[in-house]
Design a binder for this molecule. Structure first.
Ligand code: HEM
Length: 471
């Protein structure tokens, strides 16, 4: 691409910058106004950048600016000593056992979605992408603030929508490397929203602190209590109010649209594969309604669909770092200051790393098959010290929600709607995901399915599933 076409693509849909070459070569170099970018999709080189030589690669200014605007110094944007302290303080909150305790809250968000859709009546067209965003936000509300958002709940939700819609773009000034003090119009517009968030979260924190002081042991066991109680295991210190607030906003930002997109892509892919749809419905009919404890672990095939969906459509489509000093990656010299881009979107469809890379085949993640996947060829959650802290939370949530939806409903694509991925911080569906929703005739919770949807479904072999290359 020439410089103008490249700048346009980066500003509108950076995903469209990738060419065939990127999916075939281990390393591709590109000149950008802000310096050289090196696109690295070779497992050994990725291991060096994200794990073995992390001291030489820090998060680059562009990613920090785009992802972190308004997040203050939460875990996602913090660096150095501050990041280390926060990571070890927050780690127990996302440990397996703690995450398992959140399963009932996730199931109640699923129940709320089922009630909402059931009330609409059969045959309604629903923007499934918007509904997934709403539901994952509901999960975060139920797990972070389990006693509610207070009287400003609706305003809080509306402000959240404004925040995400405005921040989703790479500002041309960021690409030109303009200093942070130069105001970006998008950020300028969300200033008052951010001020409102700060004030709303501070008031929720103050109420909880009072509750913890007055009714110790009786306060909700949610993420907010865990954050306020968390101690740095090395120093015994608590986080400051600013850090608690930044991390709440960080969890909401990092955890809500990413998980929503993985669900939307899963539902889209399932709508294209009759055999997987039937397998997932059978698993969901067997497990949904049984004990919530251990549910996500029993939903083995449902989880494999989510894992395959985030292979084909990784919500974080590109991870970038800046080289502090010179290095060598896959036999090529890397200059200090180069931007190293590792794009899960490209990596997960790389011709040299995957069989039938564009095919939807969740079988890759079932049982022993997953042992054949190189650890550095599948990175929806990144890897190394800065790997996603919420990966277990996200996978459990997406698995439970997907199974609940598949148990209760039959979804099919609206004819003529073209599905197209668009990168706006996360990998979304351009124009949403309009689908026709029908209630399945299941015998209630854990009931026997007496009839699957008889509506005609487009029959496609996995190879024909539309992707960016063959739509
Ligand atoms: C499917 C859903 C998700 C995906 C695909 C995803 C992906 C990622 C990726 C790729 C990174 C690493 C970025 C880098 O190395 O530059 C990351 C970091 C992070 N994620 Fe997630 N994430 C998801 C869900 C969540 C959830 C649910 C939470 C929290 C509730 C969360 C919180 C974070 C945080 C705090 C970081 C920064 C970690 C650090 O720097 O130490 N994410 N995520």
């Amino acid at each position: 691409m020439g410089p103008i076409a490249l700048a346009w693509a980066l500003a509108t849909n950076p995903l469209e910058c990738w060419t065939r070459e990127h999916f075939e070569k281990p390393i591709v170099r590109v000149g950008l106004p802000i310096g050289e970018a090196v696109l690295v999709h070779e497992p050994g080189a990725i291991r060096r950048v994200l794990l073995d030589n992390t001291a030489n690669y820090r998060k680059d200014a562009l990613q920090r600016r785009v992802l972190s605007a308004g997040l203050g110094d939460g875990l996602l944007s913090a660096e150095g000593e501050q990041w280390q302290v926060q990571r070890r303080t927050l780690a127990p909150m996302f440990a397996r056992r703690t995450v398992t305790n959140f399963a009932p809250a996730m199931m109640s968000a699923a129940d709320a979605l089922v009630d909402r859709w059931s009330q609409r009546g059969d045959g309604q067209i629903v923007d499934v992408a918007a509904e997934m965003t709403r539901t994952t936000l509901d999960v975060l509300e139920r797990t972070i603030f389990s006693d509610g958002l207070g009287c400003d709940a609706e305003r809080f939700r509306i402000a959240m929508g404004t925040y995400f819609n405005t921040l989703g773009r790479i500002d041309p000034l960021d690409l030109l490397g303009a200093p942070a003090v130069v105001p970006r119009i998008g950020r300028w517009r969300v200033r008052s929203t951010l001020r409102f968030f700060d004030a709303a979260i501070d008031s929720i924190i103050a109420t909880r602190r009072r509750r913890l002081a007055e009714q110790f042991g009786n306060a909700p066991k949610d993420i907010l209590t865990l954050l306020l109680d968390a101690l740095d295991p090395a120093t015994g210190k608590r986080m400051t109010l600013a850090e608690v607030r930044s991390n709440i906003l960080t969890f909401i930002t990092a955890g809500h649209e990413t998980t929503a997109n993985s669900l939307s892509w899963s539902l889209f892919l399932l709508s294209q594969s009759a055999s997987w749809r039937e397998r997932i419905q059978a698993e969901a009919d067997r497990e949904i309604g049984g004990p919530v404890e251990g549910l996500a672990e029993r939903l083995v095939e449902t989880r494999s669909v989510v894992e395959e969906a985030i292979r084909l459509y990784p919500p974080i489509a590109a991870i970038s770092r800046v080289a502090i000093g010179a290095d060598e990656l896959a036999g090529q010299a890397i200059k200090a200051g180069s931007i190293v881009v590792i794009a899960p979107y490209v990596l997960h469809r790389h011709r040299g790393l995957w069989n039938s890379p564009d095919a939807f085949d969740p079988e890759r993640f079932v049982g022993d098959s997953r042992k054949g996947i190189d650890r550095f060829a599948y990175l929806p959650f990144g890897t190394g010290p800065r790997t996603c802290i919420g990966s277990g939370f996200a996978l459990q949530e997406a698995t439970i929600l997907l199974a609940a939806i598949m148990h209760h409903f039959s979804l099919r694509m609206v004819p003529d709607h073209v599905v197209w991925p668009i990168l706006r911080v996360t990998l979304r569906l351009a124009g949403g995901l309009p689908m026709t929703v029908e209630r399945r005739q299941s015998g209630g919770r854990n009931g026997v399915v007496s009839g699957l949807s008889t509506l005609p479904q487009p029959q496609r072999s996995p190879e024909q599933v539309p992707t960016i290359q063959n739509v």
